[in-house]
Ligand binder design. Structure first.
Ligand code: UD1
Ligand code: CA
Length: 462
């Protein structure tokens, strides 16, 4: 069976952070996750990650999804793969893909096509390459009439070899049984005193085995990040690629300033994305929506014709035709049913808001079930937390909740209940009733004048 070894031992000193380099994020996901998902989409699920610097952070991130092995000392790419020999030996019948955990743009097509070349040419090793205008720093690929004879690192290359523009991406297919044998023969006899994985190619060729190269059409597969500036470039590259995909699918962007769309997001045709919109994780946006400006949506499902203006929404469902904003916070586990309107300075949490219900301004609705065609007045608060426990409020269909109503949970308003403005509701209200909770209003005539007079008297006696 085919499997993969991912090298993730690097520290990335120039990142200036105590974190393994493959955990730095590109478009919201660690670079390592991009590499893992490329393997998965090419149907390679048997994966061993070689960790090194702060390896425990890699384990913590993976949460047991993949096995890992520790490279205690950083003695080169060949040495890193050697740490995975027990993993390779478990089933040496197929091929092994070796990838770098800090080169996030390796893609499914490159993995699949290079494997088919590897198998067709009956190679012991097939290196995945790309052609660069500026090949400085990379290992150069030495082609021969019937394959390649090896890879020469920058520091070991002669003037003629330095002119070669086809470079090693750091990704390879090996016949697993050959890889195990070749690793055993590696030495660190070079300018860096490292065990170069690339030397396996010279060794294979010297033993009469086939070695080949597959040149990817996607030169981005080679890109990695040595410092934060490089990382920003990777983010820009990924960001533009995602936006281009949505443009091709019929999504409209008047201007992409501040627009960040993670690669797992789906957007329907005819939707317009305005500046400052950030769409994260598994967000799905329907057709003909208008999202933004200045909106963050994370892990939400939006129907068609949804309008979000200056909204933050997390882990929630927003059905078709809902209009929200500006300045609205939708916290997790909220469902807003179709046709509802949520206006400015409203916070919703763990609640269901019924069809065509309006919460036009300045309200907090948490842990509540709100029915259809309800009107929630300005300043309404569900008092869902007593300092110890959270409780739910139920508001029936067609209720009219007056301004500044407090609903002390757990409490239930029946169908078509009115609450008078300023009411604090402490017990359930039956269908069609009015709840009113007010002291008798008193009027103290002439109060202001008396107060003014006494102030003037005091000042004149000073
Ligand atoms: C390597 C290749 C070079 C290629 C380049 C592509 C070798 C000798 N050279 O060079 O031909 O053009 O990648 O980027 O392989 N790693 C470990 N443990 C180690 C050393 C490295 O896990 O002891 C990991 C790194 O974290 C990284 C990957 O292996 O993910 C590549 O290592 P790096 O040091 O970047 O290799 P280069 O010298 O750049
Ligand atoms: Ca490198």
């Amino acid at each position: 069976m085919n499997k993969a070894v991912i090298l993730a031992g690097g520290q990335g000193k120039r990142m200036k952070a105590e974190m393994p380099k493959p955990l730095f994020k590109v478009l919201g996901e660690p670079m390592l996750e991009w590499v893992l998902s490329a393997c998965e989409s090419a149907d390679i699920g048997d994966i061993c990650v070689v960790k090194g610097f702060k390896g425990e952070m890699i384990d913590e991130y993976l949460g047991g999804r993949y096995r890992t092995v520790l490279q205690e000392e950083r003695l080169g790419t060949g040495h890193a793969v050697m740490q995975a020999i027990p993993f390779l030996e478990e089933d040496a019948s197929g091929n092994t893909l070796v990838l770098c955990g800090d080169a996030p743009f390796i893609d499914e097509a490159t993995i699949r096509e290079s494997l088919s070349v590897h198998e067709k040419q009956d190679n012991a090793v097939t290196v995945i390459t790309a052609e660069l205008d500026e090949p400085f720093g990379y290992g150069r690929v030495i082609r021969t009439d019937n394959g390649i004879s090896g890879i020469v690192e920058q520091n070991d290359a002669n003037e003629e070899q330095k002119l070669i523009r086809e470079v090693n991406s750091g990704a390879y297919w090996f016949r697993t049984a050959d890889l195990i044998e070749l690793l055993d023969k590696l030495t660190n006899d070079n300018s860096q005193n490292e065990y170069y994985l690339t030397d396996t190619i010279f060794i294979a060729v010297s033993e009469g085995k086939n070695a080949g190269a597959y040149k990817s059409e996607n030169a981005d597969i080679i890109r990695g990040a040595n410092d934060r500036k490089d990382l920003l470039e990777l983010n820009n590259c990924a960001r533009n690629a995602v936006i281009e995909k949505h443009l091709a699918n019929g999504v409209e962007f008047l201007c992409t300033d501040g627009v960040i769309i993670e690669r797992g997001v789906e957007i329907g045709v005819g939707t317009e994305i305005l500046p400052g919109t950030i769409l994260r994780k598994k967000t799905v946006v329907g057709k003909n929506c208008k999202i933004g400006p200045n909106t963050v949506v994370e892990n939400c499902t939006l129907g068609d014709d949804v309008n979000l203006h200056t909204v933050q929404a997390y882990d929630s469902v927003i059905e078709s035709g809902v209009k929200i904003g500006p300045y609205v916070h939708i916290r997790p586990d909220t469902t807003i049913k179709s046709g509802a309107k949520i206006g400015d300075f409203v916070e919703l949490k763990n609640s269901v808001i019924g069809e065509k219900t309006a919460i036009a301004h300045l309200a907090y609705i948490g842990d509540s079930d709100v029915g259809r065609r309800v009107n929630i007045g300005c300043g309404t608060v569900t008092v869902n937390y007593d300092g110890v426990a959270k409780s739910r409020c139920v508001i029936g269909d067609n209720c009219f909740v007056g301004c500044n109503t407090n609903l002390i949970a757990p409490v239930k308003l029946g169908k078509a209940v009115y609450t008078a403005a300023g009411t604090t509701v402490t017990k359930d209200v039956p269908d069609y009733a009015l709840a009113i909770d007010r002291g008798v209003m008193k009027i103290n005539e002439g109060y202001t004048l008396r107060k003014l007079k006494s102030k003037l008297n005091k000042e004149s006696s000073k």
